[in-house]
Design a protein around this ligand. Sequence first.
Ligand code: FES
Length: 151
Amino acid sequence: FAAPDWAEPGDRLSPADHPTETLRARDIIAGAPPILVSPRKPDGELRGSRFSQLLILRLAPTANGPSSGRLLGYTAICSHAGCVVSSWIPGLNLFLCPCHGSEYDPARHGAVVGGPAPAPLPSIPLQDVSGLVEVAGHFSARPGGRTGRTD
Ligand code: FES
């Protein structure tokens, strides 16, 4: 068993498709689709496992919820069978897992709103530190749901 390589407080974030860049708070546009990112340890080392990946977004201010405009982070690992939740439903503003169609609502703490997922998508707190997005705490629950997969 490999130890989980999940994001930890103090990690910075790199876009999954641009792993040498560091995500800035101003890169997260309110109302835009989520960005898939990999955490980077404080010493600079990338957490390379796909099970470490996160979804980052800001809800549109018009969403009218308590989360609108704030930086939000969720594990990218579906609680159903461990796929990466790589799709987004614009307009409804829902995460969509392409494997079996589970839908999660980022405005409601990652609640399952469709499909076979057995548990919400765990969230992780983020903060803006001198313009860079930084992990500010731990996951709300174990990522991966009942799959138990960590790498
Ligand atoms: Fe995501 Fe099945 S793994 S819906």
